[in-house]
Ligand binder design. Structure first.
Ligand SMILES: Nc1nc2c(c(=O)[nH]1)N[C@H]1C(S)=C(S)[C@@H](COP(=O)(O)O)O[C@H]1N2
Ligand SMILES: [Mo]
Length: 330
């Protein structure tokens, strides 16, 4: 993955505890909007001042990337109640700090993918579930919103490149969807596939990559209670650069497993091919669980740094989610 473009960010002025975020969400969002030039200038503005040698967000493009049409069904679920079972154990990442530093190779190999998503139309959208199951199904977004139990989850995220963030996702557990299609006994894996639209995603014209982006899990991983299908982040529909309109979130695995903008889910008997494993099998495995003791061939995985604050933390096995998933690998 592209390492050269990694930039240090200004220390954030935001130091809110989980509690603080929970109760100050409205204020948090107002500051985000203020930073985009909407409403009065907020304190966040000072973290994006030019002259610090950092990326100065293109506020027009940032705002445009987050403009997702709202439907009657989607209105009902944002924001969803936060599941109190999950807490970061750290400060929540500032919304804009996460929004301006994303990996989405279909659009750009830079981190500022939000600057390249203008032509992407994530609504309307369909997601097909098929393969080894009794009831293959296609859902549009409104059907997802109506069928499944939505909640908000505060999850840590760890990219294989060593950056990390703490963000609240809105979505539902993947097992709800899988149970509905009735997997057959031979279904041992689940493959996920991103859209394939080179006219909307400029970097998809780079044919040296095996587009479309694919990912995979064992059926046990897919059924685990942590495995989350997200349609939103920070209590709003996903902006394009975060994987609108529907993505996977797997907090115990390196971030590349959390595939964005999914159009197809397939139950299979054999391990499916996965994008980064095809690109570079030596560096990116199928399992890809966070593990401080297994270095990437080109860098250590013993520490991570937070988007926004640059604060460093020791990496924790399974990204700290061992209570939920260690049993899958024992
Ligand atoms: N389709 C697709 N999904 C993707 C990627 C991508 O390039 N394309 N990047 C992955 C990587 S490397 C990470 S770290 C996470 C980042 O999620 P975020 O950019 O929303 O923080 O998305 C993952 N999902
Ligand atoms: Mo990543």
């Amino acid at each position: 993955m592209n390492f050269i473009s990694r930039k240090p960010w200004d220390p954030s002025l935001h130091k809110l505890t989980d509690e603080g975020i929970y109760h100050n969400r409205g204020q948090h969002r107002r500051e985000f909007l203020a930073s985009l030039g909407i409403g009065a200038a907020g304190i966040l503005g000072s973290s994006v001042l030019p002259g610090c040698g950092e990326h100065k967000p293109n506020t027009e493009k940032l705002k445009a990337a987050a403009e997702i049409p709202i439907t009657k069904a989607s209105k009902e679920i944002y924001p969803s109640d936060r599941n109190p079972k999950f807490t970061y154990g750290r400060d929540e990442t500032v919304q804009q700090d996460a929004a301006i530093y994303t990996n989405f190779y279909e659009f750009s190999m830079s981190k500022q993918t939000y600057e390249h998503v203008d032509r992407f139309t994530p609504t309307p959208w369909e997601i097909k579930i098929g393969g080894l199951c009794a009831k293959p199904t296609t859902f549009d977004l409104d059907e997802l919103y109506k069928k499944f139990a939505f909640e908000e989850r505060a999850y840590r995220h760890r990219c294989v490149e060593t950056w990390a963030m703490c963000v609240p996702w809105t979505g539902f557990q993947l097992h709800q969807l899988l149970k509905l299609v009735e997997p057959e006994a031979q279904a041992k894996y689940v493959q996920f596939e991103t859209f394939n639209r080179p006219t909307e995603a400029p970097n998809m014209s780079d044919s040296s990559f095996p587009w479309p982006y694919t990912e995979g899990l064992t059926i046990e991983e897919a059924m685990n209670e942590l495995t989350f299908v997200a349609t939103g982040i920070y209590g709003e529909p996903l902006p394009k650069q975060h994987g609108a309109p529907v993505r996977l979130v797997l907090p115990w695995k390196y971030g590349f497993k959390s595939i964005k903008s999914i159009v197809q889910i397939t139950l299979t008997a054999q391990p499916p091919k996965t994008f980064w494993n095809v690109v570079n099998p030596r560096e990116y495995g199928f399992e890809a669980n966070v593990d401080p003791k297994v270095p990437h061939p080109r860098w250590s995985q013993s520490e991570e740094w937070m988007l926004g604050t640059r604060e460093r933390f020791p990496t924790v096995k399974f990204n700290g989610y061992g209570d939920y998933v260690a049993k899958l690998y024992g």
